[in-house]
Design a protein around this ligand. Structure first.
Ligand code: ACO
Length: 273
């Protein structure tokens, strides 16, 4: 949302997040760190609301968003205190007490999902740097990103069904898109943990590296991504993300339409538009 201010450091700290935006000649890089290491970066509704806020307020210069975790894990998922009896801040608890509030809960979850959905925007490329545990909402946050680099100690687990829930933070679609419906079913209904090397075989990781090389591998990827012209990168991402929902003929038409726009931009840049 143009003109919206980024969350304050206090809002971020209350949400268990840190944010740094680095400007560069080829574009900006936003680094979001999950920062509640003493709780393995468990996430609350405030985390997801603040993530949505970051997405709305991201400076237009930002091209790359990197999400990583401080401490022993990427994220242990939802903060289980959100289910603790007496926690009246929690929309989940309010619904359990008053199941009539279905619309309120639906709206609350839609708000949480906003924290994840913006990571697919064509004008940015999002990268998850995952080490240690990525459980439940943590796994879904990694899935919300365009690219995932894991360290060898990473363990992914879609834990929600074991707790009597479904994964609802936008993770089911990318999971099915990446591993296929049958493997997704097996992973979600056994809630088993997938180690980094299996994650790479399942295409859940673009790259797996030793723990002490994770930050460097992410930096190398960011450098390579920034070398591609921004508008071409955005148009290509939009084309690729739309491909699974189109027929070959529709995709060919989408390629043509995107290319015409590219050449029109070139013509405009050359003063012939
Ligand atoms: N919510 C709240 N607190 C948490 C969470 C969490 N999701 N995960 C870890 N913590 C806390 C622990 O309670 C513990 O607190 P304490 O020091 O006050 O006792 C502290 O973080 C350290 O955790 P340990 O369990 O001692 O660390 P360990 O290395 O043995 O295990 C692990 C780490 C595997 C992450 C374990 O804590 C765990 O299984 N956590 C729960 C994971 C979970 O079920 N998440 C919900 C998934 S569903 C969803 O996200 C929608």
């Amino acid at each position: 949302m143009a003109g919206t201010a980024l969350p304050t450091d206090d809002e971020l700290a209350a949400a268990g997040l840190r944010l740094a935006v680095e400007e560069g000649a080829s574009g900006g890089v936003a680094r979001i760190t999950l920062a509640r290491p003493e709780r393995h970066n468990a996430m609350t509704d405030r985390t997801w609301t603040a993530l949505a806020h970051v997405g709305h307020a991201l400076p237009a210069s930002v091209r790359i968003v990197v999400i990583d975790g401080e401490g022993p894990s990427f994220s242990s998922g939802i903060d289980t205190a959100m289910f603790a009896p007496g926690n009246e801040d929690s929309a989940l608890n309010r619904f359990i007490r008053d199941p009539a509030g279905r619309a309120e809960l639906d709206a609350a979850i839609a708000g949480y999902q906003e924290g994840f959905l913006w990571l697919r925007r064509p004008d940015i490329v999002s990268v998850a740097a995952v080490h240690g545990h990525a459980i439940g909402a943590g796994f879904q946050l990694a899935l919300a990103c365009d690219l995932r680099i894991l360290s060898y100690d990473a363990d992914l687990c879609m834990k929600e069904p074991a707790l009597g829930l479904v994964p609802d933070l936008t993770g089911t679609k990318p999971l099915v898109d990446i591993v296929g419906v049958h493997r997704a079913l097996e992973l979600c209904l056994t809630t088993r943990t997938v180690g980094a090397e299996e994650a790479r075989e399942l295409r859940l990781a673009e790259l797996v590296v030793p723990r002490d090389q994770l930050a460097g591998a992410v930096d190398d990827l960011v450098t390579a991504l920034l070398e591609t012209p921004r508008d071409a990168a955005a148009a290509t991402k939009e084309l690729l993300l739309g491909a699974p929902g189109r027929t070959l003929a529709e995709q060919a038409a989408a390629e043509r339409a995107a290319q015409v726009e590219r050449f029109a931009a070139w013509a405009a840049a050359a003063g012939r538009g």
